[in-house]
Design a protein. Structure first.
Length: 494
């Protein structure tokens, strides 16, 4: 299998930042080449050069043995390079066919009118090629996120793409949809199309990739065949730390002082739920998607009102009718979708961080902005939030820094109980390590933490005890040494 693409000695600088330094990568024809590294490692800059958005200061792009200089995205697309971005931007009111052939629609003779019959026929051929059973006349707004992603792949194929860049393609889709996507990637490989796959999910990378390149600080750390690596080696390449260092087990003994007791909780998606949380404990909730984990957390935090059951905080029975009431009882929560429910992306770091604690930063009805700025700067240093200033827009931060802002916002309410729902989803391994360290420090200080996660290594590595959910019910409670992947999966799937 020969090389289809070579990025040779690519360097790129921006004002005050050396983003790439002598980066060289070869991508074989009909292969999946995973590109991994922390946020800020240079992956995005490198792909923007390949996609024609940036030009390199030094180095060259060689495609099919020929050096190319792309003047823009369209130029790169015409040469055979397409990119599917993490944030999809379809035109929702247009049809599937119109989205696939946008800007290159067939027309009726010299009339200039679109030949919809021919357009739909061409779209059907492309959709059939990747095994996608979606009518070309359907409007994009009627599709799921996963289906929209498949349409982006169809669009790339319609452009005769030789290289397709996929940036975090599974961040918002279910495991079943992931299987469909991976089947399509297998078909692309069989057709000789190369895929550059960017992801933080190591299980996916090992499942799909032929070759893995790791970047750190704008340089290539190494390129290896996927079968030559394991999780620990890959993490060491990315952050210079081993898996054991990432999940250092706590040695702090639990006090036995109960913070939270949930009895007979019933809701639309769960029934007869009982559990307790103790001071200084990290309690994990594991289970398949749809098992009721998030809905239980929402009920405890007052986002959903349960039909029955009792919630007791530090010995006092509480009515969690709203998040405000939950916060008044010392409970804080970081939602699983920080962009939709956790943050106001167009607002600043300061505005987001203090949103839940403005009462503490106000005199009468006026916010004390000097005090607010002082508090935010202190929290930015404490949680290593990388942003130019407190007034920086959250939308411009990396996923890891956005998540740390969301956690800092929750912690400013001074909770005794912290609920974290998928706190490391879609962030790089370095930011994950910082969040794990933060969780251990908070628990060591006496806070009780509930961790909901779909990543079993995370649940196993950091939790003191694990509640396993299965179809809305607690199927097992696993203490200490009983927390292992096989046991969790057995209780989650039976």
């Amino acid at each position: 299998m020969g090389d289809l693409l070579e990025l040779r000695n690519i360097s790129k600088s921006f004002p005050g930042v050396r983003a790439l330094e002598g980066v060289s990568i070869k991508v074989a024809s009909g292969s999946v080449h995973a590109l991994m590294g922390e946020n800020g490692a240079g992956k995005s800059t490198l792909m923007k050069i390949l996609n024609g958005i940036h030009r390199p200061d030094e180095g060259s792009v060689i495609l099919e043995g020929r050096e190319r200089v792309f003047s823009g995205v369209r130029d790169a697309m015409e040469a055979g390079v397409s990119m599917i971005h993490q944030e999809l931007m379809p035109l929702p009111e247009l049809t599937v066919a119109e989205n696939i052939f946008l800007g290159k629609e067939p027309v009726l003779g010299r009339t200039g009118f679109v030949d919809f019959r021919k357009l739909n026929a061409r779209a059907s051929i492309v959709l059939e090629r990747i095994g996608l059973d979606i009518p070309p006349e359907r409007r994009m707004k009627e599709l799921s996120i996963a289906q929209m992603q498949m349409i982006e792949i169809a669009k790339a194929i319609s452009n005769d793409a030789k290289v397709i860049i996929m940036d975090e393609p599974t961040s918002a889709i279910t495991s079943r949809e992931v299987d469909v996507l991976f089947g399509i990637i297998g078909q692309l490989k069989a057709d000789g199309i190369s895929v550059i796959y960017i992801s933080h999910k190591m299980d996916e990378v090992f499942r799909i990739a032929d070759t893995i390149t790791v970047m750190r600080d704008g340089r290539v750390v190494g390129t290896r065949r996927a079968e030559e690596l394991d999780n620990d080696e890959l993490i060491s390449m990315m952050v210079g730390r081993s898996l054991n260092a990432l999940f250092k087990k706590r040695v702090t003994a639990l006090s036995g002082e109960r913070l939270l007791k949930v009895e007979g909780l019933e809701g639309d998606h769960f029934t007869d739920v009982h559990f307790e949380l103790y001071k200084g404990e990290i309690l994990g909730f594991a289970g398949l998607m749809g098992s009721g984990r998030t809905e239980i957390a929402n009920a405890v935090f007052g986002l959903e009102r349960p039909h029955a059951g009792r919630i007791t905080v530090e010995g006092k029975t509480c009515d969690m009718g709203s998040p405000r009431q939950a916060m008044d009882h010392g409970i804080a929560m970081v939602n699983e979708d920080r962009k939709m429910n956790g943050l106001v992306l167009t607002s600043s770091v300061a505005e987001n961080m203090t949103l839940s604690s403005l009462t503490d930063l106000s005199t009468w009805i006026f916010v004390d902005h000097a005090r607010e700025t002082e508090v935010v700067k202190r929290e930015m240093l404490r949680y290593r939030i990388s942003a130019p200033e407190a007034g920086s827009k959250v939308v411009n931060l990396s996923g890891g820094n956005q998540q740390k802002v969301a956690i800092a916002k929750a912690l400013l309410t001074k909770p005794r109980i912290l609920i974290l729902d998928e706190p490391t989803r879609g962030i790089d391994i370095g930011a994950k390590a910082e969040i794990y360290s933060m969780m251990r420090e908070l628990a060591d200080s006496g806070m009780g933490i509930i961790l909901i996660s779909s990543e079993l290594p995370e649940i196993i590595g950091i939790c003191d005890r694990v509640i396993v959910m299965n179809k809305g019910r607690v199927s097992a409670e696993l203490p200490g040494e009983g927390i292992d992947e096989e046991t969790i999966l057995r209780h989650a799937m039976v």
